[in-house]
Ligand binder design. Structure first.
Ligand code: ADP
Ligand code: MG
Length: 728
């Protein structure tokens, strides 16, 4: 059988191993496995990593057996065997119950994988998976200086992956037949890159750390170039598209909005506003990203652009990540437009338009009516969630697409909405997560960027603190006292939890940023749940306060009712999931207590606390966690508490998230095509690849002369996520 990159793994490795790899690691073909790179390389006698372990971590360690002792168990029949293993610097205990293995003897090296537990203050593995390395091991794998440690799972251990890869690599030689190098020779020479077969061999079976570095550089190049080719193709296509100019018309909605605004625009809002107004007036579609700190006032900038488009006879759609936020936008816009936003109603102004809400949970009749308004063009402004993207939602003349909180969406969604225009509409995407240059060159590589630097004046600001409950149990009581004080002073508070609760299999609601442990899994206690915490607070520290809950499992009417009551000040404390993360705007709320704060990502925490920085009063954000202050998690939380600089936090966020999450279909955890490229470290490489990509596509023939590269681009596109390539 001729093996190719697309050969299913089952044909090469047998069904059992292949099923495990497909199920838990998403590896289906030879290509996938070859691109499943080691996470790191263990070096014998140098496993200082043992020192970094924490209870709950799932890890693989390479260590030597020091002592083995067995004794009868006290409570039960059978023996307990305790094994001490060490890596030279530190030791760790392994515990086995009624288990005998003659090979488990002092002096033997082995790889041990499991979840770190702690017993009487000492770290230990109970019944780890292990692979003992002995002289009679069938080959030289374990004599190697560098042992690859792969991202593994319970079903497929690192050493099974190692063996499987070795099988594919055929010992060493014939990889050249299997893999042809897509990279043109001249680019390889210009940048001093290894050939692809050599790089794959070195990444999986390196002899020296230098091998690894050279291989990584080459493999990163592939990723960067493929990505940049994709983006360059998109930009090229976009530049050729004919759009529709939506010039400014006096005496319409825009003027009405400006007259109704209860505040003066900041300088930044005015400048960006002019920029957008001018771009909307061109017949080449705008592709612009508006970034601005949480609370910098992006919404009104977007609304003014939408008003201009409606004045020019088009429709504008605003895509929001949650129903709560969509409903809030609609309320805000309707309030500003007054009768001009109620055209067709009794008290409406016939010269105005309609502001229509379209969400997934509308009842059938309401949805039909909303869709009709959109299709017939009666709705000038359409606000909605993912439901906007569905088939059957057709616009009479979509002129502007605004995506709020873009970081919550993928490029696919932006494009799905864009595709609903008769001609390509103008596009404005907004994000509160400041964007490092590398991300701008990649995720947003096809957009122009505007930035709102200033916050509207008269804001109280937020101070944040970490509440480490394990070390300072008393601080949590103090937190609830502070909350009561604020409420007594007439303010309101949020308590945010990672989970809803009360349902079997209840998953964390969208706590996307919690960093995975070494093997990408966590076996910690379940995160705190809204329903449980609300109950405990009601009958405990917050007894007597008017408290309510908000989460994603409530119906939209329920959610809307709860938000209204909170906005009106009737509810004093809102216990919620991250449904309040984005955009929720209740200026009288000044306290936010985030429970299990370690379960949230950096940007998410920054967004969350933005909820209590919206009025004239100073806000307070308390990050409650069981993580020790000195742990990486504790330090991460301390950084969030210590700075309000969005750019610094965005960088921190990049450090703690998997790159694929940033690049790809955000939190979906899908395969992203980006395995090795680091947005933090590879800025120069990405810039070089960007230049090469532009040069490759500069001619008329596109990639016609480089079928290998075209295939890589196509493979990225079929890599589950990049549906967007089709449109490029
Ligand atoms: P974000 O950029 O985070 O989306 P919003 O658009 O929700 O911020 O604005 C935050 C709050 O600031 C809102 O209550 C909004 O009405 C208010 N706001 C916006 N622009 C100004 C301004 N120029 N002066 C005062 N308040 C403003
Ligand atoms: Mg917003």
């Amino acid at each position: 059988m001729a093996v190719t990159l697309e050969t299913p793994l089952a044909k090469v490795l047998g069904p059992k191993t292949a099923t495990g790899m497909a199920g838990s690691l998403g590896l289906h073909t030879v290509r996938h496995l070859l691109r499943h790179y080691p996470r790191r390389y263990a070096k014998r006698g140098e496993m200082a990593r043992l020192d970094d372990l924490q209870a709950g971590d799932r890890v693989t360690v390479l260590a030597q057996v020091k002592t083995v002792s067995s004794r009868p168990m006290r409570q039960r029949r059978g023996m307990i065997t305790e094994v001490t293993v060490g890596d030279g610097a530190s030791t760790m205990k392994l515990v086995f119950f009624s288990y005998r293995n003659a090979r488990l003897a002092p002096g033997v090296w082995g790889m041990f994988a499991g979840t770190v537990g702690s017993y009487q203050g000492k770290l230990q593995f109970t019944h780890p998976d292990m692979h003992l390395l002995s002289g009679d091991d069938d080959d030289d794998d374990w004599a190697r200086e560098l042992v690859p440690i792969y991202p593994a799972s319970k079903d497929v251990s690192s050493w099974v992956i190692q063996k499987s890869v070795k099988l594919l690599l055929g010992g060493s030689g014939n990889l050249g037949d299997l893999v042809t190098d897509p990279l043109p020779e001249e680019i390889r020479t210009r940048h001093g890159l290894l050939s692809l077969p050599a790089a794959l061999l070195d990444i999986h079976r390196p002899t020296t750390p230098e091998d690894v570095a050279r291989a990584q550089r080459r493999l990163k190049w592939d990723e960067a170039l493929t990505l940049q080719l994709t983006l360059a193709a998109r930009r090229r296509a976009a530049a050729l598209e004919p759009g529709t100019a939506r010039p400014r018309k006096p005496g319409g909605l825009l003027d009405a909005v400006d007259a109704a605004l209860p505040f003066a625009l900041t300088e930044g809002q005015q400048e960006v506003g002019e920029e957008l107004a001018a771009e909307l007036d061109r017949d080449q579609p705008m592709h612009r990203l508006l970034q601005g700190e949480v609370g910098s006032g992006k919404t009104v900038v977007a609304l003014r652009a939408m008003a201009q488009v409606v004045d020019a006879g088009g429709q504008a759609a605003l895509l929001a990540p949650t129903e709560v936020l969509a409903a809030q936008h609609v309320r805000g816009i309707r309030a500003l437009l007054g009768p001009l936003g109620r055209s067709g109603e009794l008290d409406g102004d016939p010269a105005g338009t309609r502001v229509t809400l379209l969400t997934g949970s509308l009842k059938a009749a309401a949805r039909r009516e909303a869709r009709a308004e959109v299709a017939e063009g009666r709705a000038g402004i359409v606000v909605g969630t993912h439901a906007l993207l569905q088939e059957g939602v057709d616009f009479a003349d979509l002129g502007l697409v605004v995506v709020d909180e873009q970081h919550r969406f993928g490029v696919e969604q932006r494009d799905a909405l864009r595709a609903k225009g008769n001609r390509p509409p103008h596009v404005l995407v907004m994000t509160a997560t400041p964007i490092p240059r590398t991300v701008a060159m990649t995720v947003y590589g096809d957009l122009e960027v505007s930035t709102l630097r200033q916050l509207p004046s008269g804001r109280g600001g937020v101070s944040s603190s970490v509440v480490p409950v394990t070390e300072k149990p008393g601080w949590l009581d103090r937190a609830w006292e502070r909350l009561r004080e604020e409420v007594a002073a007439g303010r309101q508070a949020y308590v945010v939890c990672p989970r809803i609760g009360d349902v079997p299999g209840d998953e964390p609601e969208d706590a996307d940023g919690a960093p995975p442990d070494e093997d990408g899994r966590s076996d910690r206690r379940p995160p705190l749940a809204v329903l449980d915490v609300a109950e405990a607070l009601r009958s405990g520290p917050l007894a007597g306060l008017r408290l309510d809950v908000l989460h994603g499992r409530m119906t939209p009417e329920e959610k809307d009712g709860v938000m209204r009551a909170f906005a009106a000040g009737e509810t004093q404390v809102l216990v919620a999931t991250t449904v309040v993360e984005v955009g929720v705007d209740v200026p009288n709320a000044t306290v936010m207590v985030v429970m299990d704060a370690d379960r949230f990502g950096v940007s998410q925490l920054h967004q969350l606390r933005g909820r209590v920085a919206r009025g004239a009063h100073a806000g307070l954000c308390l990050l409650v966690t069981e993580a020790p202050s000195a742990s990486p998690t504790g330090e991460r939380l301390a950084s969030v508490a210590g700075t309000s600089d969005g750019f610094e936090l965005a960088r921190l966020d990049l450090e703690t998230r998997r790159e694929g999450d940033v690049l790809g279909a955000a939190q979906s955890g899908k395969r992203s095509g980006i395995r090795m490229l680091s947005l933090l470290e590879d800025e120069d490489l990405i810039a070089e690849a960007r230049t090469e990509a532009a040069a490759l596509l500069a001619g008329d023939r596109g990639l016609a002369d480089h079928p290998g590269l075209a295939a890589e681009v196509a493979a990225l596109a079929s890599d589950d996520r990049a549906e967007w390539l089709e449109k490029a």
